[in-house]
Ligand binder design. Structure first.
Ligand SMILES: [Fe+2]
Length: 306
């Protein structure tokens, strides 16, 4: 939390079709735990997350992202953000505490890139299986990849300049890295954080109101390799096999859920302090920035959004 009252990326709601196949994938292959379900939604959390859920799967006839939400330190922050974001020019609305299982009241707006974004504080506390007293480092009975937590997402849209301005200048996020055209005139992508990680949210110029991927955190490079083994075992479509990002220095693998939403498991990177300068990449080095070893983008990476 960067002194702005915004703790972290707390949840993402993804649209999926073939609902039961998707639920099976997110629980048995990715390895999240179900905490609740209703007719059209399943609520999930990673084993190392304390709150009731971080991922909601919504039954739909198409893939994509319904909304992303940031947890704030207390409910007074919601009032402050409501005014600040309203003054920026975005229309605000309140989301009732009866809208979803386990959640309190939230505020909601639409970003200039067309994405719905929410802020909330109240959510049911569930805890983790290792507990808070003399804990073991990991629980028994883990399934699939079993990441620690939701880490970040990369969203696409046209007006990433205004959306970045909202996050950076109004909400107080730190821009850790950016990609610009070689002449430095136009922004192509930006990585933004409110925590000490390299990014909680990133934006790339592309199709409106779409998601490129959602990323989950693993401990280390070997866990990325093991994740790749699990994906092959279950014959999940892999987009990019284990490699390193130049941007954020993270280590990564990309793959697709049964509806075509791209997932990532991610580790490494660096700690961010709010006085760090923004690292700049130029478009001619974008391949190296995204995939440091191969030094070029694969076709799916630039073409597939959901
Ligand atoms: Fe990522």
């Amino acid at each position: 939390m960067n002194g702005n009252g915004i703790e972290r990326l707390g949840r993402i709601q993804l649209r999926v079709f073939d609902f039961e196949k998707s639920v099976d994938y997110y629980t048995n292959v990715l390895g999240l735990d179900i905490t609740a379900r209703d007719e059209n939604r399943v609520y999930l959390k990673a084993w190392d997350e304390w709150d009731h859920h971080s991922v909601i799967l919504e039954k739909s006839d198409r893939a994509g992202v319904d909304h992303v939400a940031f947890k704030v330190t207390n409910n007074d922050v919601l009032d402050t953000l409501e005014k600040k974001i309203g003054d920026f020019g975005c229309t605000m609305e309140r989301v009732s505490n009866k809208d979803r299982i386990g959640e309190g009241q939230a505020i909601r707006t639409t970003l200039p890139t067309g994405h719905k974004i929410e802020f909330y504080h109240d959510i049911e506390y569930v805890g983790v299986p290792t507990g808070t007293l003399n804990p073991h480092p990991w629980p028994e009975g883990q399934r699939g990849i079993s990441p620690h937590r939701l880490d970040h997402c990369l969203l696409s849209g046209d007006d990433i300049v205004s959306t970045k301005r909202l996050f950076k200048d109004v909400l107080g996020f730190v821009e850790t890295e950016k990609v610009v055209t070689v002449d430095g005139e136009s922004l192509i992508a930006t990585w933004l954080t409110t925590t000490m990680t390299g990014h909680d949210i990133a934006l790339i110029k592309g199709p409106e109101a779409k998601i490129h991927h959602v990323g989950f955190f693993l401990d280390n490079w070997y866990d990325i390799l093991r994740a790749s083994d699990i994906l092959s075992r279950y014959e999940i479509e892999i987009d990019v096999t284990p490699t390193r990002h130049g941007i954020t220095r993270g280590q990564t693998i990309y793959f697709f859920d049964p509806s075509g939403n791209r997932n990532e498991v991610y580790t490494g990177g660096y700690a961010v302090y709010s006085d760090f300068p923004t690292i700049t990449w130029t478009e001619d080095k974008l391949g190296q920035g995204i995939f440091y070893h191969r030094r070029q983008l694969n076709e799916a990476f630039t073409a597939v959004f959901s």
